[in-house]
Design a protein. Structure first.
Length: 160
């Protein structure tokens, strides 16, 4: 802010100097040359910040800016992925509860998903809690293994 203030003060000073010089100049060729000189001085005052620019500093700032943008993008991507994982786990759990209801069982389910190499969230572990009989549990194990691809060893069942 101090740099902008100094630049504006120099512009005001040059403007006042040029106005004073213009008022004091005699008419004719001297005034035309004086106006040309004042115009060049004013142009130099306007462009003076450009002469003081440090290209290396600008590149460093730009590199830092792009790094912060990339960091922010990665953070947002991670947030979106976590939210998607939570939603997908909920959908898989609802699917298990619906399949159990078809078998006549009221239960709750939790599903743990992991991201595959293709970027998909696939179930790797399930927990089902309810009033389970052995027959219903066997049917549910088979359904979850076939439909969701979760092996029997990764399926946990709790009986209330």
């Amino acid at each position: 802010m101090e740099v902008v203030r100094a630049w504006l003060l120099s512009l005001i000073a040059v403007s006042l100097l040029c106005a004073s010089a213009g008022a004091l100049m005699p008419k004719g060729a001297v005034r035309q040359v004086g106006r040309l000189v004042c115009g060049l001085v004013m142009l130099a005052a306007i462009l003076s910040p450009v002469a003081r620019l440090d290209a290396a500093e600008g590149r460093r700032w730009l590199a830092g800016y792009f790094a912060s943008v990339e960091q922010r993008r990665a953070g947002l991507e991670e947030t979106v992925n976590n939210q998607m994982k939570h939603i997908i786990e909920g959908e898989y759990a609802a699917y298990i509860v619906d399949k159990a209801a078809e078998l006549g069982l009221t239960c709750t389910a939790q599903v743990e998903c992991q991201r595959s190499a293709e970027g998909l969230y696939l179930p790797v572990r399930t927990e089902v809690t309810g009033m389970l009989t052995e027959d219903i549990r066997i049917q549910l194990v088979r359904t979850i293994a076939e439909d969701l691809g979760v092996p029997e060893r990764a399926q946990v069942y709790y009986t209330k």
